[in-house]
Design a protein around this ligand. Structure first.
Ligand SMILES: [Zn+2]
Ligand SMILES: [Zn+2]
Length: 206
C-alpha cells in the first residue's frame, strides 16, 4: 500500500486485478495526483465519501482512463450533482459555492457499493455519520476509514461536528470500528493509528 500525500491522504492498493486508488485529493490537486501516480494507471477508484478533498481528482481520472468509480449509494447523488453538498460555512451563497466547487461525475462512471460487498478483494464497511454514505475498506487486519475518524496529536477522534452530516451517527460509527477485527487504521487526515487507540476512544465516548 502506498500513501499519496494530498490534502486528504489517498491510498494506492495493489490487488491482483490491478491498482485500486482510494480517494483522489482536492480538485486543484488533480495534477499533483497524476504526478504522484507516475506510471501507475489505477484499475478502479473508490471514494470513501463525497467531500471535495476526497473526490477532487475523480473527474480527471475518469476522463483519462474511463475507470469505474465506486461509492456508497447514499453519497452518489452528491457526486453526480443531483444533490447539492451541504455548506460547512454558514454564509449565504458563498458556503454553498465553496462546498460545490467541483465538476460532477457522470452517472455512468459511478458504481454503487454497500456494506459487505467487495471491491478488488477489499471488503466495504459502511461508516456513516461524517456523510450518509461514508465507507471504509477492510482487508487482512487493515482498515482504511476515510474521514470516519481523524487522527491528531491526541490520537484518533471522531470527525469534528462542523463537518459532519450527523455527529451522533458518526460517534456510533466509532463504536462500530472499535468492534471490527482489524489492527491498523488509516484515515484521510492524520497518521495511521491502532485499533487499540480507537477502542480507548470508543470507551470514552460511551
Ligand atoms: Zn476529508
Ligand atoms: Zn470529509
Amino acid at each position: 500500500m502506498r500513501i499519496l500525500p494530498l490534502f486528504a491522504r489517498a491510498y494506492l492498493l495493489d490487488t491482483p486485478a490491478g491498482p485500486l486508488l482510494v480517494d483522489s485529493g482536492m480538485p486543484q490537486e488533480s495534477r499533483k495526483l497524476l504526478r504522484l501516480l507516475g506510471d501507475v494507471r489505477p484499475a478502479a477508484l473508490l471514494l470513501t465519501h463525497h467531500h471535495l478533498d476526497h473526490a477532487g481528482g475523480a473527474r480527471l481520472l475518469w476522463e483519462l482512463y474511463r475507470l469505474p468509480i465506486y461509492a456508497h449509494p447514499l453519497d452518489i447523488p452528491y457526486l453526480s450533482g443531483r444533490q447539492r453538498r451541504p455548506a460547512f460555512l454558514p454564509i449565504p451563497w458563498l458556503g454553498d459555492y465553496i462546498a460545490n466547487r467541483i465538476q460532477p461525475l457522470p452517472e455512468e462512471a459511478l458504481r454503487p457499493v454497500e456494506e459487505a460487498e467487495e471491491v478488488l478483494g477489499w471488503r466495504v464497511v459502511h461508516l456513516p455519520g461524517h456523510t450518509p454514505g461514508q465507507i471504509g475498506l477492510l482487508r487482512q487486519g487493515v482498515l482504511l476509514a476515510g474521514d470516519a475518524l481523524r487522527v491528531g496529536p491526541r490520537g484518533p477522534q471522531p470527525p469534528p461536528a462542523l463537518v459532519n452530516h450527523d455527529t451522533r451517527e458518526a460517534r456510533r460509527t466509532v463504536e462500530k470500528i472499535a468492534r471490527l477485527e482489524v489492527e491498523a487504521v488509516f484515515v484521510g487526515h492524520g497518521p495511521p493509528t491502532t485499533i487499540g487507540a480507537v477502542r480507548t476512544l470508543a470507551e470514552r465516548l460511551t
